[in-house]
Design a protein around this ligand. Sequence first.
Ligand code: AMP
Ligand code: MN
Ligand code: MN
Ligand code: MN
Length: 286
Amino acid sequence: MPAPLNADLHCHSDVSDGTLSPEALATRAHANGVELWALTDHDELGGLARARDAARALGLPWLSGCEISVSFAGETVHIVGLGFDIDDAALAEGLAATRGGRERRAREMAAQLAQAGIPDAYEGALRYVGNPELISRTHFARYLVETGCCPDTASVFRRYLTEGKPGFVAHRWAALADAVRWITGAGGIAVIAHPARYRFTPTEEYALFSEFVAHGGRGVEVVTSSHNDAEQLKYAAMAREFGLLASRGSDFHAPDESRTDLGALPSLPADLTPVWAALEDRVVGA
Ligand code: AMP
Ligand code: MN
Ligand code: MN
Ligand code: MN
């Protein structure tokens, strides 16, 4: 039986809504004892070559990654892709289209926040953006903390930017079938990210897993920072029921925002097949 691997296959750099560069993340992952690492920026591949080169220089085994925003049953679902060809044209095109509506959405968010008494939020959020194509709610949250209206980003998301609160703008992201097809078409494996975060009825959740598998999706995050023990058990059972590979990732964004650091996670349940067992030939620097 091989020892459990300290794999961290979900985190964000300043190419999306993290605060560290791809190089600083590689250094931090390595220092934390991570043994297999993937950077999974939202809807964007721009940090991957830098992440790969930094990991290679450190002797840290690396997989390509991304996290695609999808709309399913009226909710935003995140699909992580792992081990794909980072030069795949159809994946790049699909992600560019998915990023496309972000600026207009951000301006609408700012207009709502202005009505709620917080002016100039678009300009404020932009100061936190590392990649002009990827303005996200996280950048607004950092600006709202700066204005003093909330003490930290978690409380911003409780009072603003989420459904029914000022600054929430409904948005149509990619279709589930397209996201899975872009990832698998580029030679990668599609994984349902942090499944406990979605507010689905049991029927909707079953539909998500069924349709995901029907489209060729193969994995689910069982161990992630947003799962408590009961949720980890639940999604381990779902992995068994749907025959899915299990993934593990911190979803680390920033040293002062993320409660879980890179690699600081429980092991996967021993009977599940880790997603990296199916990606051995895709690992750079193995
Ligand atoms: P967006 O893609 O612009 O809708 O932003 C989504 C991002 O916002 C997520 O990837 C998280 O980084 C962040 N986020 C969403 N909900 C919360 C929350 N409740 N607390 C902290 N961060 C959140
Ligand atoms: Mn994020
Ligand atoms: Mn996510
Ligand atoms: Mn994430």
